[in-house]
Design a binder for this molecule. Sequence first.
Ligand SMILES: Nc1ncnc2c1ncn2[C@@H]1O[C@H](COP(=O)(O)OP(=O)(O)O)[C@@H](O)[C@H]1O
Ligand SMILES: [Mg+2]
Length: 345
Amino acid sequence: MKIVVLAGGISTERDVSLATGSMIYKALRKKGHSAVLLDVYLGYEHEADNIFDVDRDWSENLGVISEINPDISAVKALRKENPECVIGPNVIAICAQADIVFLALHGQNGEDGRIQAMFDLLNIRYTGTDYLSSALAMDKAISKELFHKYKIPTPKGVTVSRNERQILDVWNIFPCIVKVNCGGSSVGVYRVEDADQLESALEKAFAFEDRVLVEQYIEGREFSIGVIDGRALPLIEIAPKVGFYDYKNKYQAGSTVETCPAELDANVTRAMQSCAETVYRALRLKTYARMDFRMDHEYKFYCLEANTLPGMTPTSLLPQEAAAVGMNFEDLCQRIIDSSMEKYK
Ligand SMILES: Nc1ncnc2c1ncn2[C@@H]1O[C@H](COP(=O)(O)OP(=O)(O)O)[C@@H](O)[C@H]1O
Ligand SMILES: [Mg+2]
């Protein structure tokens, strides 16, 4: 097949997306596909006709870009024209030549449904869930409302807007978590020990977004569960050596112990898998996703969120879970393509 792997962009998760994109690109080439790796923001400044006939290793190009500077303003400076336009030169023209676009984007403008909606209108096929479910899952407050409706356990929490600070007078659950409503990769997530720290944590979070979630901190263990075509994979347990699962612990090798399949009682495991499958249905998800969970000392578990474009390097969580059922990274990429093509039948 002719496949464009779309990565990069200008979200706070740009670097993670580039890592995911180049690994998917290599896996697809190994599988015998004709693949092009493209940065959605920087695009391709050269002749774009018959792009699949161009013989080159696209991952080299992308590697260089991410090393120049992951700083978003520096990335924007690399664009010759219209830096505020999220879609780079020739991106649409190149994607239109593909049988399917493999979305390796993360965060804003990639995971939130907007790219998906644009592709729907342009009649371009893409991997993963559709625009509506992407938007529902990206918005943690709306996800929480649906979790309540479907009786999916989730930590107690409230949404705070920049101009409504009454929360500071009434919130009395500590420790708590302050996190941006539509974030990812733990960017804009803070653990708060007491009332004194709450205001400054909110201030830091508001630097990213106008809406912020304050949530009861669930002391205990952390798990994640991938779901493909509505069926849960084995659980993976995530245990950071220091602190919580923040940006550093997510992406610095060796800072977190990951165990898959997680060592947990079979009944609790099955209950959490079944809960992840309910989350999949509640958020109208299609193809694949990965749900994050916390579990307290009484084995009570809580769903934090669903990730519709989870990290996809061979050492990312979902690929580790797939490996636990005998599906290697290349096969997982292929499975995602096959399952995504089903959307268009
Ligand atoms: N209510 C909570 N209790 C305990 N830890 C939390 C809670 N909410 C978030 N965290 C921690 O912060 C991390 C990131 O939060 P999450 O809601 O998954 O957002 P994202 O991954 O989109 O940044 C989690 O993996 C977890 O370690
Ligand atoms: Mg998460």
